[in-house]
Design a protein around this ligand. Structure first.
Ligand code: F6R
Length: 609
């Protein structure tokens, strides 16, 4: 939901900003802009369209200032247009903003009465006017920002420049992420660390209600009363190459191919196969705490919600603890019956999703213990939870989540096993067996990826279809949902995922000879039931694309297409079923010429409600 960046240093400012914005484009890409100093004046360049349009616009210009801010937008207030693109400038103040200012209308009305003229439909423009109003009253840059922040209601990550001082840059955060990069003689602010990983791996992660003043070669973090706040820098071990395409056509494809390694990274250091034990760096519960757990509520959005639903099967099967799963935006408003004795598990790749974060707060408010499963280190959700299990998938840049999802499944499997051990439901021998199977998964995932060209052929054959149906049962029913979501979000083909048994209660009416039906046939207790569903599709002339283990002869006779899935235990099968579905969606979208990494209307890291 919008990416912001700021720079203070000796490099070519416009280059640093546009390079950084490239790495933030996953957060929004309907317009882009920068503000830089040139001959002591703030110059704004901004345009509707993707960053490439802005780059072209400034390609022949050079700016001689050492300070700048930049923005890539995902529209909330005001359609994508040049005028609504950031930065917004009022008088001597330029601002980039990620978030939503809820009280912008009364603020705007008040400022208009004082003679301020607004040029955009955005909520963000009010911030620049408000700060500039205080500047004109004679307050210092810093004081003006502070006063303005006191008046804002809503969420914001801000980068702010003042024409009166090109050696100073101010950032501020409330409910939208902002990191401060500490380079060698240079300083950065950004929505996310990959934006500046090329320059530094040392970061301060701002808290809500904090601002940071970059000047004199140092970053000073303050609270809104102006008091200096303690801020410990953290060194990240993500390397900048992780945020590059590395020869792949799209980030999404690269991230799909990174999955075997990502899975290894999720497991690494957490299991002992010899001893049959599981441990986490930032999460442990005493036996009594586990025994006292009455239920677990897992909350997430989108793809992470699908992981949550798989997690329910894993935890209930292995640990025998009842699990509810909820979508973040529903959970936060439905007054869930939870409290002491409930473990709230929130799952989020970005760790910034507003609805998931609100659900976490709701859980904490009601006295629940909380655990986050997150990918982004030091993200808001990771920091606000009592405990955190990082998935260690590395930066995920493609908007459609892939490697984050499979590593969430692995983390949930480990969590389920950990709880099962704690409850005494599995002995060391059983754990050893379950871990041995998990350790096979990266190799099996690699085998699947070797068949990528088969999925590509299949994708081309069916890319014409207007609708797809995905069916799965039991633990693979959420994978049917995920397969459908992947396809629709990047190929724009309408797709529905269903528990296969539900088909006859409605969706079966959709099936005809034009309709590809993707059926997941796992080697589990419901396999025969799924075969029954296959018959139902056949009887209505649907095109059957089955995913099944290589030795499943009956499926081969009945389906039009078969994708072979290596054999594993039912609990781990969702990981393997996911991979061909990701590639199928990817190749369909690519074949259609879509912008796979930046699908229309979407943005990664949904920091607004
Ligand atoms: C789909 C996708 C989204 C996210 C959702 C939650 O491919 O990426 O559905 O899964 O927006 O995001 P996180 O996991 O960052 O909370």
């Amino acid at each position: 939901m919008c990416g912001i960046i700021g720079y203070l240093g000796k490099r070519n400012t416009a280059d640093v900003l546009t390079e950084g914005l490239k790495r933030l484009e996953y957060r929004g890409y309907d317009s882009a802009g920068i503000a830089v100093f040139h001959n002591d004046r703030i110059e704004i360049r901004r345009t509707e369209g993707k960053l490439a349009v802005l780059e072209e616009m400034i390609s022949k210009e050079s700016f001689n200032g050492a300070t700048g801010i930049g923005h890539t937008r995902w529209a909330t207030h005001g359609r994508p247009s040049d005028a609504n693109a950031h930065p917004h400038k009022a008088g001597r103040i330029a601002v980039v903003h990620n978030g939503i200012i809820e009280n912008y209308l009364p603020l705007k009305r008040g400022l208009e009465k004082k003679g301020h003229i607004f040029n955009s439909e955005t909520d963000s423009e009010v911030i620049s006017h408000l700060i500039n109003d205080f500047i004109e009253q004679g307050l210092s840059f810093e004081e003006s920002v502070r006063k303005a922040l006191h008046e804002l209601k809503g969420s914001y990550a801000l980068g702010i420049m003042f024409e009166g001082n090109q050696e100073k840059l101010i950032g501020a955060r409330n409910e939208s992420p902002l990191v401060v990069g500490l380079g060698d003689g240079e300083l950065f602010i950004a929505s996310d660390t990959p934006a500046v990983l090329n320059y530094t791996r040392d970061f301060i992660f701002l808290e809500d209600g904090q601002m940071v003043v970059l000047s004199d070669g140092k970053a000073t973090v303050k609270d809104l009363s102006g008091k200096t706040a303690k801020a410990e820098p953290r060194h990240l071990d993500w390397n900048p190459l992780m945020a590059e395409k590395g020869g792949y056509k799209h980030f999404m494809l690269k991230e799909i191919f990174e999955q075997p390694e990502a899975i290894i990274n999720t497991i690494r250091g957490r299991v002992s196969r010899e001893e049959g034990t599981i441990s986490f760096e930032n999460f442990s519960l005493k036996k009594k705490e586990i025994d006292n757990l009455k239920r677990i509520a897992i909350v997430a959005c989108g793809t992470s919600f699908h992981a949550a639903t798989v997690g329910k099967f894993m935890i209930e099967t292995l640990a025998g603890i009842p699990v509810d799963v909820d979508i973040g935006s529903e959970f936060r408003y439905r007054d869930p019956v939870i409290g002491k004795g409930t473990l709230v598990v929130v799952i989020s790749q970005s760790g910034e999703t507003a609805d998931t974060r609100a659900a976490l707060r709701e859980g904490k408010r009601k006295g629940c213990l909380s655990l986050a499963i997150c990918n982004v280190v030091e993200s808001s959700i990771a920091r606000e939870s009592d405990h955190v299990i990082y998935t260690h998938a590395g930066p995920e840049i493609g908007v459609a989540s892939t490697k984050a999802f499979v590593t969430q499944l692995v983390a949930l499997y480990l969590l389920a096993l950990y709880l099962a051990v704690g409850k005494g439901r599995v002995d060391a021998r059983k754990v050893q067996k379950l871990l041995a199977e998990l350790i096979r998964i990266p190799g099996l995932a690699k085998d699947l990826l070797r068949n990528a060209s088969d999925y590509q052929k299949l994708a081309r054959k069916y890319a014409y279809a207007r609708n797809f149906l995905y069916l799965g049962r039991g633990i693979n029913y959420p994978i049917a949902l995920e397969g459908a979501l992947k396809l629709k979000e990047i190929s724009y083909i309408h797709a529905e995922g269903y528990p296969a048994g539900e088909m006859k209660h409605g969706p079966i009416a959709l099936i005809d000879k034009e309709m590809p039906v993707v059926v997941l046939v796992a080697d589990d207790d419901v396999r025969d039931k799924v075969m029954g569903n296959i018959e139902e599709v056949r009887a209505r002339d649907g095109i059957l694309i089955a995913l099944a283990s290589a030795n499943h002869q009956e499926v081969r006779q009945k389906a039009d297409e078969v994708i072979s899935i290596p054999q594993t235990t039912p609990l781990l099968s969702p990981i393997l079923f996911t991979i061909p579905l990701q590639l199928l969606a990817y190749y369909v979208a690519d074949f259609k010429g879509n912008d796979v990494d930046q699908p229309r209307n979407l943005a990664k890291s949904v920091t607004v409600e």
